[in-house]
Design a protein around this ligand. Structure first.
Ligand code: NAP
Length: 320
């Protein structure tokens, strides 16, 4: 099982690569970067190999700036992008990152035409659309990480608030990985009990928690310069689910074509059944009125940004 990571010299790329190797899901991993970062990723691969030896894990990790080396990959992770500084919004990154993602997606289509693209680069919902159009891959083979990480952050906050083991919390954030994320409170449960029926529900500040999830990435970036472990382990969950054909339901950015309340031609975070073919089914969620309104607002906002970005790329890329 071969996986390639583009932008592997970056903090998310290298953390995700190490996490995947440590989980022993991949047998072969290629760290890819631009020529100028080649030394860095060569150093990363050597360092990772030492760590894996300590744990008796055998994974072939190679570093390369020749993108032909991604050939035969089952999954290609795109984590390359201009980094977000504390004062920047995810949308400030959109134009430079769209060019990077479009260029790399074309290379993926050329060298690993059967692969699944997992987009990490922000703003991830728009970038997933760009990757889908630039690669020409069917939509089941282009996914984005965003709301899965948001959902993990929310799960953590709920678990800590109620002092309950994190595995007992089932919850989801859908919509945009950004300001328009939507907490699916109506399908949140603790230990199998619907959240709203949970005895301490009244003490839970829903708006406060959603604000914390929205700002979780910026908060970490302010403190330590970047998020690493959270995205890396979220990536590992996704890759494992695909490679092991687990059919788990994860909340990922995917291209919608009217499946959820008629919203179409936009990539948004929704629950999907994930297996060896990528997105094997989009799960139609039942939302209450507030959730649905918020989801529609997220759809409109992401579509508007996507249209703006796609028009700036017009003429530069041959979109499918
Ligand atoms: P980083 O440490 O700055 O690394 C980004 C990498 O992108 C660089 O190491 C570089 O890789 C590549 N890069 C930078 N400028 C480039 C350019 N002009 N052309 C081509 N490649 C370029 O950033 P990071 O913290 O790892 O974050 C990477 C991306 O993931 C960002 O867009 C960030 O916002 C996003 N992110 C998303 C999520 C999510 O949940 N979706 C979570 C965290 C971060 P090489 O030198 O190896 O080529």
């Amino acid at each position: 099982m071969k996986v390639s990571v583009i932008g592997a010299s970056g903090r998310v790329g290298k953390a995700a690569a190490f996490c995947l190797a440590e989980d022993s899901v991949v047998s072969k991993m290629v760290l890819l970067s631009r020529e100028k970062s080649l030394d860095k990723i060569q150093g990363e691969s050597l360092d990772m190999n030492d760590a894996l030896a300590a744990k008796d894990i055998r994974v072939s990790i190679t570093a390369s700036s020749n993108f032909e080396d991604m050939a035969g990959s089952k999954i290609v992770i795109i984590a390359a992008g201009v980094p977000r500084t504390p004062e920047m919004t995810r949308m400030d990154l959109a134009i430079p990152n769209a060019k990077i993602v479009a260029e790399y997606s074309r290379l993926v289509a050329k060298h690993a035409p059967e692969s699944i693209i997992l987009v990490i680069t922000n703003p991830v919902d728009v970038m997933t659309y760009v990757a889908h159009k630039a690669s020409g891959f069917p939509r089941n083979r282009v996914i984005g990480l965003g709301n899965h990480l948001d959902s993990l952050r929310l799960k953590n906050l709920i678990a800590r608030h109620f002092n309950i083991h994190v595995s007992e919390i089932h919850t989801r954030i859908i919509g945009e990985h950004g300001d328009h994320m939507v907490l699916l409170l109506s399908s949140t449960s603790i230990g199998g009990i619907l959240f709203k029926d949970f005895s301490q529900y009244q003490s839970f500040d829903v708006d406060g928690i959603i604000d914390k999830v929205k700002n979780a990435g910026s908060y970490v970036i302010n403190k330590k310069g970047a998020t690493e472990y959270g995205p890396a382990y979220a990536v590992s969950n996704i890759v494992k689910t695909i490679l092991n054909d687990e059919k788990r339901i994860l909340t990922l950015t995917t291209y919608l074509d009217g499946e959820i309340y008629g919203i179409s031609d936009v990539c948004l975070g929704v629950p999907v059944m994930l297996g060896k073919n990528g997105v094997e089914r989009i799960i139609k969620v039942k939302m209450d009125e507030n959730e649905l309104n918020a989801f529609k607002i997220a759809g409109d906002a992401v579509k508007k940004s996507t249209d703006e970005i796609m028009s700036t790329l017009e003429g530069q890329f041959d979109f499918k």
